[in-house]
Design a protein around this ligand. Structure first.
Ligand code: AMP
Ligand code: GLY
Length: 443
């Protein structure tokens, strides 16, 4: 019988609630703590009031509570080196070091890695001043993509349809719209195709496929409105069929792991590849160095294996000997957000009906929620992730929306078309026609 571990989970979103739910169900889990957590995570874990940016405080807490394993949800602490600091203090932490987290922390770092190790990605150039960047844009023409180099909470990317739009985005970056993240811009060729995400659990040398998903970044139905952190997701991504998955693993994930090891920054943790499936094959759009949010909420309910065992194997460099077992069911998650998100939104609006929603069989993961005088209230932009499993995407979609309808939250809004493309594909109304690689309707 393996010993139980005390585990500290870092983060406060729907992703962390899904992780807490999965970890709490592990036979290896002893006490589970979460900082800063939310009202839903409080059902799975002991919430601790810790400033997670204060690595010294996190280390002291781990020592005081005999924490055996720290699991880090979001990217910011990883890029800030929390795994390095915990390791230096002798505490095991699941996630990449700061050196390996550059895969998300710097777009230019990743683009250079791609160039060095022949990883397929959009053509690109980097600039540290606006006039040169604009000259480049005028030379190449639109559509073209402008990105702030550093972490910009998913908001640093403009897919510009005109040269003027691209130039305005360049000005935004250099005028400080994204803070230090915009000190450099990366300008990219605009790729055409269908987007999908692939996740790999990595131990520094070996990558284990860890599911596929597609999310919905725009705020409103029909992929309109501003970009958000993600308004819903489903898994698996039908467009990433077995041959395509193998191609992505071989052409993109494996050379990335080899490249990072060769650079002296071996990658341990979850590598999340944002992909564009183009006529010339899968291309890397970006890497994230953690689970996606809300993608994690559709991966965890499908994972049959013990997540804690898998994370420990990754830390021990033992993934070669392991497989992860997944449910054949599809999972679909609808994000309920506060009205106004991703712009200004109200906090504190009351939420009811979660019991009714859960009674339908759906899982309700909390993101920005809090308890006020014993009542559940909204405390963030993205607030709930209503998730359902079924043998088809259409079934999971129907089940998730049935649960959403049971929730009483006048202060919230949500997209009504999560999974639309996959449902249409399932019904044979949508296919990927070569050679353009564009998804088209066939009837
Ligand atoms: P990122 O933050 O890099 O994931 O970019 C946000 C979104 O911008 C992606 O999910 C894509 O929809 C889009 N995007 C980024 N890079 C490109 C590109 N080179 N071509 C087309 N679309 C892109
Ligand atoms: N849903 C996109 C992300 O987690 O980055």
């Amino acid at each position: 019988m393996n010993e139980r571990l005390n585990i500290l989970l870092i983060g406060s979103g729907g992703r962390e609630h899904a992780l807490a739910w999965k970890i709490a169900g592990s036979p290896r889990c002893g006490r589970l703590f979460c900082a800063p957590g939310n009202a839903g995570i409080a059902r799975e874990a002991e919430i601790v009031d810790l400033d997670i940016a204060d690595h010294g405080a996190v280390i002291r807490f781990c020592r005081d509570q005999a924490v055996d394993l720290v699991v880090i949800g979001p990217e910011a602490p990883l890029v800030a080196g929390i795994v390095d600091d915990l390791a230096a203090a002798g505490i095991r932490a699941f996630g990449p070091t700061a050196g390996a987290a550059r895969l998300e922390g710097s777009k230019a770092f990743t683009k250079e890695l791609c160039a060095q190790f022949a990883i397929p990605t959009a053509a690109w150039a980097r600039f540290n001043n606006a006039p040169k960047a604009k000259r480049h844009v005028r030379e190449f023409g639109a559509p073209i993509v402008v990105k702030a180099d550093g972490l910009a909470a998913g908001k640093g990317v403009t897919v510009a349809m005109t040269v003027d739009e691209a130039c305005a985005a360049i000005d935004d970056c250099f005028e400080g719209a994204f803070g230090a993240a915009g000190a450099e811009v990366v300008i990219e060729e605009c790729l055409d195709g269908e987007e999908a995400s692939l996740f790999a659990l990595c131990d520094g040398r070996t990558a284990l496929l860890f599911g596929t998903a597609q999310d919905h970044k725009r705020a409103f139905d029909g992929d309109t409105g501003p970009n958000t952190g993600g308004m819903g997701a489903y898994s698996p991504a039908p467009v990433l069929d077995q041959p395509m998955v193998e191609r992505v693993m071989t052409d993109i994930i494996v050379p990335t792991l080899a490249g990072m090891a060769a650079k002296g920054a071996p990658f341990t943790g979850i590598l999340y590849a944002g992909l564009m499936l183009t006529a010339r094959g899968p291309q890397l759009i970006e890497y994230n160095v953690r689970f996606g949010d809300p993608e994690c909420q559709v991966l965890m309910p499908r994972l049959k294996s013990d997540l804690v065992e898998l994370m420990l194997a990754a830390l021990d460099g033992d993934l070669l000997a392991l497989e992860a077992e997944w449910s054949d069911d599809c999972a679909l998650s609808v994000v309920m957000a506060a009205k106004g998100y991703p712009g200004a939104f109200e906090k504190g609006t009351p939420i009811g009906g979660l019991d009714r929603a859960e009674a339908t069989g759906a899982l309700v993961f909390h993101a920005g929620t809090a308890l006020r005088d014993g009542r559940l209230v909204a405390a963030g932009g993205r607030v709930l992730d209503v998730t359902a499993l079924a043998p088809t995407v259409a079934g999971a979609q129907a089940a998730a929306y049935r649960a959403v309808e049971a929730i009483d939250w006048p202060g919230g809004f949500w997209r009504r078309d999560i999974g639309r493309r996959a449902v249409e594909r399932e019904a044979g109304r949508y296919s990927l026609i070569p050679p353009s690689g564009n998804a088209r309707r066939t009837r």
